[in-house]
Design a protein around this ligand. Structure first.
Ligand SMILES: [Cu+2]
Length: 155
């Protein structure tokens, strides 16, 4: 099934992930953003991951074109991940993680955070729409460890 192969490529590169978005949203020709640079950060948002399998906040809104520093704090005793993507990508990826639980995420839109630690993702949201974030460690996403990013058009 080509989609699963493409979804797996999230770990390999954004270009492939973007191709997956195009392939599965009927020709919609844009991804959900790109890695941002530290000097273009306009806002920092702290997102706390907990062993209750939740992110706080579980939703946030950003303007298209804005670069955010997402400061991911792991408040638990378990490892957690923060993986950003489209609904389809994240759902397929979560499914795949059940088969390959040790798969590492080296992508700019994903980070694994050790217990008690924190890590940053700097991301430029380029396109209005609804995107998701999730922890794809085995069972976490299914238990509700996910959130929604709403990207609104610039005023
Ligand atoms: Cu988790």
């Amino acid at each position: 099934m080509p989609f699963l192969n493409t979804a797996c490529a999230i770990a390999l590169g954004l270009a492939l992930a973007a191709a997956s978005v195009r392939a599965h949203e009927g020709g919609n020709d844009a991804g959900f953003g790109q890695p941002g640079t530290a000097k273009s950060v306009q806002r920092t948002l702290t997102i706390v991951a907990t062993d209750a399998m939740r992110f706080g906040p579980s939703a946030f809104t950003v303007r298209a074109g804005q670069t955010l520093r997402l400061h991911i704090v792991n408040d638990g005793k378990l490892a957690h991940e923060f993986v950003l993507g489209t609904d389809a990508d994240i759902a397929a990826h979560a499914k795949m993680m059940r088969a390959m639980p040790d798969m590492a995420h080296a992508d700019a839109s994903a980070v694994r955070v050790a217990p008690g630690q924190a890590a940053d993702i700097v991301w430029k949201f380029s396109m209005p729409g609804r995107f998701v974030y999730g922890c794809l460690l085995a069972g976490h996403f299914e238990a509700g460890m996910k959130g929604v990013v709403t990207v609104v058009r610039e005023p």
